[in-house]
Design a protein around this ligand. Structure first.
Ligand SMILES: CC(C)(COP(=O)(O)OP(=O)(O)OC[C@H]1O[C@@H](n2cnc3c(N)ncnc32)[C@H](O)[C@@H]1OP(=O)(O)O)[C@@H](O)C(=O)NCCC(=O)NCCS
Length: 171
């Protein structure tokens, strides 16, 4: 995985190119249409386009997009809460999954949260979303509790998972 990740790792802020690398950049208003398409293809209850627009403007949220050959292939963001960084969205385009893109985005968020001064982060995930839970466990997240009926659309429970940003990096 790490050889593949290194290969995928682009330099933040560079212009996307057709060199087969994935580049990360901050989410901009002009990206929202493309991001919202991926969001709509990925969730039963997707975020609205205006929620992403608000995220671009809100100092308390930080969103990053991953681009491959100029095309957005994934995005992830966190909210700056008083004690912990809260990862609020991690999504990869259905055609680009299992290539390490979510891993790349999440590791980038970890670094951004460390820079912001956090020592821990958390997220919530549907109890049935075993793919995402597997990704988070692989990165070192641990489940800390369950919130009954958290998701209003299906009534299912949320698993709250936490990650210690100051721990030993997972290889
Ligand atoms: C969950 C999601 C973000 C994963 O993105 P991804 O770019 O495919 O993830 P990665 O390639 O970085 O996966 C890293 C590891 O996570 C685990 N993993 C990822 N997807 C998996 C799946 N479908 N089934 C089982 N394990 C999976 C694997 O261990 C994988 O390593 P491997 O490919 O070497 O086996 C993506 O499937 C997605 O966008 N799903 C829909 C939106 C969603 O559920 N987001 C999370 C909301 S909490």
């Amino acid at each position: 995985m790490f050889g593949r990740l290194k290969q995928l790792l682009g330099i933040d802020g560079k212009q996307p190119s057709g060199d087969g690398q994935v580049y990360l950049a901050g989410l901009k208003i002009g990206d929202v249409r493309e991001v919202h398409k991926i969001e709509s293809a990925s969730y039963l209850t997707p975020w609205t386009a205006s929620a992403f627009e608000r995220a671009c403007e809100d100092d308390q949220e930080e969103f990053w997009v991953a681009r491959l050959a100029g095309k957005i292939v994934g995005y992830a963001g966190f909210r700056k809460e008083p004690e912990l960084g809260h990862i609020v969205n991690v999504t990869v385009h259905p055609d680009y999954r299992r290539r390490g893109i979510a891993t790349l985005l999440l590791r980038h968020l970890f670094n951004r949260m460390r820079v912001t001064g956090y020592d821990r982060t958390y997220l919530e995930v549907r109890e049935t979303n075993l793919a995402a839970q597997s990704l988070y466990r692989k990165l070192g997240f641990r489940p800390v509790r369950t919130v009954k009926g958290y998701y209003f659309d299906t009534g299912e429970d949320a698993v709250i998972m936490e990650f210690v940003l100051t721990g030993e990096p997972k290889r």
